[in-house]
Design a protein around this ligand. Structure first.
Ligand code: HEM
Length: 430
């Protein structure tokens, strides 16, 4: 029996028992899982690759892991069946209200996303966001004396400054705001074990974030409407003045809070991980640097997002099945997912599914856009997807324009993590 057959039969036994009930394999499996856990968490693609082949939809302990491209899309497109599960924690963060990422498809969801799309406009990307990011990133790189930390000095700083300027909510301390956003993000999206310490930290960070945003709203409202700058916040207040429902001060605060939590730690993480992947591939790094220097932004962005495919922001997104559903219907791997099952739609795995993504293990910059799922799929596709496509390459561009870009010496040049987020990646340049 080959290794793959062996693993397949073990997985089938585990799945049919509904949990790890086999005393004789349990301790062995648990020990192996414990040892493998960190490694797999850091680098799940080898496991995903096996699953895509032998067990594309694995159900263990009421959790379904969906690994093939078409199935991941199927799950995420069927938002009536596979529903978001963030609502309860969102209410903790907002102080008892909702934010649209935690809502099912509903009139409130449509109302809030419509309001926020009318104040965060696609045209702002070229007019405001791209130039802001380019200036902010360039001035940081220019003032760094031959080296910097990509996380603490660049990747976290630029999106926090963008939020301050573009939203019109200037932070008292950029470091505090970036820290609060990361803590809240960890609580909402990555703390699957509901760690009490993470819970406590997130409640504290949320209260501070709410207080800061409440003050910012009060301060802007105290100014004469004609003396207010054009920002996301003042546009929200204009909707409020026009009497639109869902635009009270608290509603505005919660929308801004949800957006900035989604915007800051993710952007920093993507910058650090994409750069780390490029630094592992000197030939690709050199070509990305040529694109950065010649102002070929489209090619440069292809390098960045292909690099990110090898270490994306998240391995997947969670949903819960509101009713029974068969994933892969009509195919050999068709799997019935019972109502109430938690489902991880593994977008990272999907981006390596050789059934759709050609030569998926190769680093290629000629892939069609639909091969990528960095921003999710379906109803809850990232609100900031078009901002990200400009902001992430925009932050990295001035760095890659520098000559002799390399990792900092020793340990400082390794990408390090604190919880789910990169904490440092030192680089040097001429
Ligand atoms: C930069 C890297 C970013 C990554 C990798 C990222 C990733 C994602 C993903 C995967 C989702 C889908 C979540 C799900 O389906 O459960 C999502 C949703 C969302 N993201 Fe992002 N995001 C990023 C930046 C941003 C930015 C800049 C903003 C705000 C301007 C933002 C705001 C949101 C919001 C509000 C949602 C929920 C959308 C909805 O419910 O309709 N994200 N993001």
């Amino acid at each position: 029996m080959s290794l793959i057959d062996n693993l397949k039969s073990t997985l089938e036994k585990m799945e049919s028992s509904g949990s790890f009930h086999f005393a004789h394999i349990e301790s062995e499996v648990m020990e192996m899982l414990e040892r493998a856990k960190q490694h797999v968490l850091d680098n799940p693609e080898p496991v995903f690759a096996i699953l895509r082949r032998i067990k594309p939809v694995l159900i263990v302990k009421n959790i379904a892991l969906v690994t093939r491209f078409d199935d991941v899309q199927d799950v995420l497109v069927r938002d009536d069946i596979f529903q978001v599960t963030y609502g309860e924690k969102m209410r903790v963060v907002t102080g008892g209200n909702d934010f649209f990422l935690g809502m099912q498809n509903s009139p409130e969801y449509e109302r809030d996303t419509t309001h926020m799309r009318s104040v965060i406009r696609r045209s702002d990307i070229a007019d405001v966001i791209a130039p802001f990011v380019a200036n902010a990133a360039k001035s940081i790189v220019d003032s760094a004396a031959g080296g910097l930390d990509v996380v603490s000095q660049l990747g976290l700083v630029v999106p926090t400054r963008l939020v301050g300027a573009y939203f019109g909510t200037k932070p008292v301390s950029e470091t505090d705001v970036a820290g609060w956003a990361s803590t809240i993000f960890q609580y909402l999206f990555t703390d699957l074990n509901n760690d009490p310490a993470v819970d406590a930290a997130a409640r504290d960070a949320s209260a501070r974030t709410r207080a800061w945003l409440d003050d910012a709203i009060k301060e802007v409202k105290s100014r004469d409407a004609s003396k207010r700058e054009d920002t996301v916040l003042t546009r929200c207040l204009a909707l409020q003045a026009a009497g639109l429902p869902g635009m009270t001060d608290v509603d505005i605060r919660n929308n801004l809070l949800g957006l900035l939590v989604g915007a800051i730690p993710t952007t920093s993480k993507c910058c650090a991980q994409a750069l780390d992947e490029l630094l592992k591939r000197p030939a690709e790094l050199a070509k990305a640097q040529v694109a950065a220097r010649t102002g070929d932004d489209a090619t440069f962005a292809q390098y960045v997002f292909e690099a990110l495919r090898f270490h994306p922001n998240n391995p997947g997104v969670f949903r819960v099945a509101a009713e029974e559903y068969v994933v892969g219907k009509g195919q050999m791997h068709a799997t019935r997912i019972p109502a109430g099952t938690s489902v991880l739609a593994a977008t990272q795995s999907a981006m390596f599914d050789e059934r759709v993504v050609e030569s998926s293990k190769e680093f290629r910059i000629d892939r069609p856009a639909y091969n990528y799922m960095h921003w999710g799929v379906g109803l809850h596709t990232c609100f900031g997807q078009y901002i990200n496509q400009v902001q992430i390459p925009g932050i990295l561009k001035p760095l890659l324009q520098r000559g002799n870009l390399r990792r900092a010496d020793g340990d400082a040049g390794t990408l390090k993590f604190a919880g789910p987020f990169p904490s440092s990646l030192g680089v040097q340049f001429d």
